[in-house]
Design a protein around this ligand. Sequence first.
Ligand SMILES: [Mn+2]
Length: 362
Amino acid sequence: MSCRKRSFHSESLSCEHPLILLDSSQFLAELLNRAKTPIALILHQSADPDAVGSAAALSTLLKTKTGVNCTLFAESLNRSAKKIVETFNLVIAPPEQLTAFSTVILVDLNNLDQIGTLAEHFPKDDCVVFCVDHHVFHPKLSQIADFVLHDDKVRSTAELVLKVWLESGISMPTNVANLLACAVVYDSRHFGNALSSTFEHFIILLKNGADYLYVRSLLHAPLDKSERIARLKATRRTVVYDEFNLLIAVTKIGSYEASVCRALISVGADIAIVCAMKKDEVRLSARCKPSVENDYGLDLAKHVMEPLGEIIGGSGGGHPTAAGANGRADSEHALGLAVQLLRKELKARLKTNPSSDKPSNG
Ligand SMILES: [Mn+2]
């Protein structure tokens, strides 16, 4: 197992990691088994309420069950996550402290390229790595994780944490129910893309004391002026392609690429691809309407952002209708590649499924 030492540069990874996929009861058993020394919970950069809520709930569960201390790490938090951290008095530890841990849990991510500058502080020695996540399974996960609880058929990581909690047999405090409820509401876009399982899980949280109106009020935060300016500027520069009976909107911006994507979808695009340049790094975000996934079988994570991340020397992933990639490339070049990958996939899908060549009504 000498190859268990992890590196963040894919070219230096020489062997596959023996990843073990578990169900929620096995995951809890392995976690409790390891909960003898402090545990680090690592969230993705620009952590959202799903990442924060899931991590806080897991941390409470481990503390209650074993007395072990858990510490949360995130390079940065998004606006809604900041509000949740403040409201529930959560603590995000300084990145330097991460190095000392021998057990870590990756929460709501399955690819270390998503932890940003925390990667510099990731424990160097053989530490045991757990992962709980609902994003499209990333091939690189086998290079980093030992024990994995993964299901991309749920709308939030919080629902996987809920299952783990229910296995523990301990009663759920109201604040944990509210934290998990924030996560479910946020990641299901206020139930806009909810599955029947999303409602089933949410009802369990309500029965444990979660308050839907309170959760809604926590997640309602008006956009900053800078974010609104970014959205307006990016919209002005947007190029729209009318192809495959889809309106594909493509643009560049300095930051807020995910927010700009959502804005473009809300003003009428079927698919949006937005590129942001940050110093020497390029970051791309893509969104599509649920109808594009349903009618065309398009998976933005698997078909566009994952291969794009590879090409530009970084990584990509996400969900079928919301995905991203980062790497090193000129922004025009990266956007061109993204559009090329998208066109190639849509063309192939139209050939194999001619019924999808119809106007989108999503
Ligand atoms: Mn999530």
